[in-house]
Design a protein around this ligand. Structure first.
Ligand code: SAM
Length: 346
């Protein structure tokens, strides 16, 4: 990790690493490169979303500079997300440019979370740039259900994209949001499918982000229930595999594959949080589940040097909260956080 006493490649002294008030080192940055998406998943966006004016969105050069500043401050893992990262025009220019930090070993991992719709087009280039693993979000293997969940998505195109990614040598992890009455009857099938192709699968609880025009209580399926049901069909072996993130893992004895659970609602996972998020407008969110944020676009644009930017980052990290306040129950009908997941990218 970059320390104060180190010197950056351009000769400038390395800025202080990011340590929050709870002594958590911030080493993971998730960057939403666009708020736009070619899907309209029912739990993520409203159908008639209004997107940001292009002028408010950071250019690819600005995103690169912002990410590089975080890398100088100790970020070792960078995930591009969105909206849909692969619909951002010129995205491969950004990926290829950020990959220089892999070559200098300043960064351990450059990865992305995608809906897979553009993977056929980009998988080879991503692998060529040094991306090793990607997450692909697929909540169902039923074509009609897929269309209902994503409103606009085509499952065949996504599965073809997954195939292209695997053929390019990318390790693929499948993310599945557990949705009450929608995909709860096919989770075991999804597990068998993913593991059968050598892919990990992680289940995610619906989080109360943004008004999506549907009651969260109607969507929310506690993973404790899903896990109990899976345990009737599979042998779930506890393993102490950890990625530093919120997922807790088991090995499914019958498939040999790894299965993750992200349970923001049934279990709080904040004590080991090592991450922050920036949006495509340069807003820094210190916690996915809180409204507090810091504007980094103004200090980024205010000067060519990074001093103002580093100071703004330090000030914000000093406010990183201990944890989130997600609650879904009958007394909490409003979203815990007003912005949609597509703003910060999950
Ligand atoms: N478009 C990309 C994708 O589909 O993966 C990246 C952005 S998407 C916002 C990232 C992840 O967040 C997806 O796995 C999606 O299913 C998940 N997600 C979106 N809204 C959510 C919510 N309210 N609760 C839980 N997960 C959510």
């Amino acid at each position: 990790m970059a320390m104060n006493s180190l010197v950056l490649a351009d000769g400038a002294p390395a800025p202080a690493p990011m340590i929050d008030p709870f002594a958590r080192a911030i080493t993971y940055l998730r960057v939403s490169v666009t708020d736009r998406c070619d899907f309209r998943c029912v739990y993520c966006m409203a159908e008639d979303m209004t997107f940001l004016p292009k002028a408010d969105v950071l250019s690819l050069e600005e995103l690169d500079r912002l990410c590089s500043a975080f890398i100088a401050k100790g970020v070792r893992k960078l995930r591009l997300t969105g909206g849909e990262p692969l619909v951002r025009r010129g995205i491969m220019t950004l990926v290829s440019s950020l990959a220089r930090h892999l070559q200098t070993s300043a960064l351990d991992e450059l990865t992305l979370t995608t809906n897979g719709s553009q993977l056929r087009k980009y998988a080879g280039e991503l692998a060529g740039a040094g991306v090793k693993r990607i997450n692909v979000s697929i909540d169902t293997l039923d074509t009609d259900k897929f269309r209902t969940i994503t409103r606009w998505g085509d499952l065949h195109k996504v599965l073809d994209g997954v195939e292209a990614a695997r053929a390019a040598g990318l390790a693929v992890k499948i993310n599945v949001v557990a949705l009450k009455g929608v995909n709860e009857d096919e989770i075991d099938q999804l597990v068998r499918w993913a593991h059968g192709l050598g892919m990990e699968l992680t289940l995610i609880e619906v989080m109360p982000l943004g008004d999506v025009g549907a009651g969260r209580l109607d969507q929310y399926l506690p993973l404790s229930i899903v896990r109990a049901r899976l345990a009737e069909r599979f042998t779930l072996e506890e393993i102490d595999y950890r990625t530093g993130g919120p997922a807790r893992y088991v090995r499914v004895a019958e498939t040999g594959g790894r299965l993750g659970f992200i349970t923001p609602l049934t279990h709080n996972f904040c004590e080991s949080c090592n991450r922050v998020r920036i949006t495509c407008t340069g807003t820094l969110f210190m916690c996915l589940g809180q409204e507090d944020a810091a504007d980094l676009r103004a200090p980024l644009r205010a000067s060519e040097g990074n001093e103002l930017l580093f100071a703004a980052i330090d000030e914000a990290i000093g406010r990183k909260p201990k944890g989130h306040d997600f609650v879904i129950d009958r007394r909490h009908r409003q979203p815990a956080v007003s912005r949609h997941m597509s703003v910060t990218g999950g």
